[in-house]
Design a protein around this ligand. Structure first.
Ligand SMILES: NC(=O)c1ccc[n+]([C@@H]2O[C@H](COP(=O)([O-])OP(=O)(O)OC[C@H]3O[C@@H](n4cnc5c(N)ncnc54)[C@H](OP(=O)(O)O)[C@@H]3O)[C@@H](O)[C@H]2O)c1
Length: 326
């Protein structure tokens, strides 16, 4: 980008603004005096009331009814924006009967609709949220391998192992970067690992649900999996950081801590002894593709993150406040 002037690029669009990450990003942008065009599938829905209550929402937040598969609705939200944060993508918390339609199409076609609308509106920079799901999943990873932005998940392998979410994120991100190459649109991608931390939104999202289950289900036994993790507030900061830095380019892995299920439970138990934690942990022999993702590129840009204990404690406090946990 020849003359990137983030200071002037103050009107931005956030797709999927009412979701878990989208809500934190909108809050951060409003606190930094941005004007935000927020896309929601149904702005009238009571579940989005938290957005309207954010500081500066009355002056600087504009809600747009938009579906990723409806080009005109996306285009109307993006028109007049200097920058776009493309956050929306389906994140399932259970089985998905028709993954091509429910996951892949909104992720891939939705991303291309957003990018096309950005080109049409002369948007200066797009930051698209991908995932480490687009980075780590491959049968060819070897133990101890450092996984950085040069690594891609193997789409065919994701498909044959029915890992449709990973497939949707892998194809969506690679097509976004290909589109950027072909058109010259300035597109950056950020690949967070497993996102935890307090919720602002009403409906429980998939990653928060996984943590809530660890506190509530009282599993007899559970696999002790490796998991790379990052705080939702630190992801929002990362998105804004890359947006504002002229030298930023390409992909950024955004992950702060490598934990195991057992370590996570121990931290939770120390702070909240009375929940129904898993009773036994089964060691996993080959927890493929986990454990060595590097956020070095993002850290060299100045990204910092909070301790994992703060993330877990703040998560539980937010579930308690929402009445999801006693
Ligand atoms: N949570 C994680 O652990 C994690 C990790 C890595 C990457 N990510 C990525 O982060 C992004 C946000 O995920 P999240 O965790 O915040 O989940 P979330 O709360 O479920 O948010 C997903 C958002 O996508 C929107 N969406 C889905 N399909 C859509 C469609 N057809 N048209 C318009 N909007 C649509 C949803 O809108 P509605 O509000 O209308 O349902 C929702 O706002 C996603 O791109 C996800 O892949 C998440």
């Amino acid at each position: 980008m020849a003359a990137w002037e983030a200071e002037k690029a103050r009107t931005v669009c956030v797709t999927g603004a009412g979701g878990y990450l989208g809500s934190w990003l909108v809050k951060l942008l409003l606190s930094r005096h941005y004007t935000v065009h927020a896309t929601l599938r149904n702005p009238e829905d009571e579940k989005y009331v938290h957005l309207k209550k954010l500081d500066k929402a009355a002056e600087n937040l504009k809600l747009f009814k938009a579906d990723l598969l409806d080009y005109n609705s996306i285009s109307a939200a993006i028109r007049g924006c200097d920058g776009v944060f493309h956050v929306a993508s389906p994140v399932p918390s259970g089985s998905v009967p028709n993954p091509e339609v429910e996951l892949v199409e909104p992720a891939v076609k939705g991303t291309l609709n957003v990018l096309k609308a950005c080109s049409e509106a002369n948007v200066k920079r797009v930051v698209a949220v991908s995932s480490v799901a687009a980075v780590v999943v491959s049968p060819n990873r070897h133990k101890g391998e450092i996984i950085d932005e040069t690594c891609w998940s193997d789409g065919e392998y994701c498909k044959t192992t029915n890992n449709w979410y990973c497939y949707s994120k892998t194809v969506a991100e690679s097509e976004a970067l290909q589109y950027a190459k072909e058109t010259g649109l300035d597109v950056l991608t950020v690949c967070p690992s497993f996102v935890l931390g307090p919720m602002l939104q009403h409906d429980v999202n998939a990653s928060s649900l996984a943590l809530i289950k660890l506190l509530k289900e009282g599993y007899e036994e559970i696999e002790n999996k490796f998991r790379d993790m990052v705080d939702v507030r630190d992801v929002a900061e990362a998105l804004l950081l890359v947006y504002g830095r002229p030298e930023a380019e390409g992909r950024y892995i955004c992950s702060s801590h490598l934990t195991t299920t057992k370590d996570t439970v121990e931290i939770l138990r120390k702070n909240y002894p009375n929940y129904k934690y898993p009773k036994r942990f089964i060691e996993v022999k080959d927890d493929q593709g986990r454990g060595n993702v590097s956020s070095g590129k993002l850290q060299r840009l100045g990204w910092r993150y909070r301790p994992v204990e703060e993330t877990l404690v703040d998560s539980v406090e937010s579930y308690q406040q929402a009445g999801i946990l006693d």
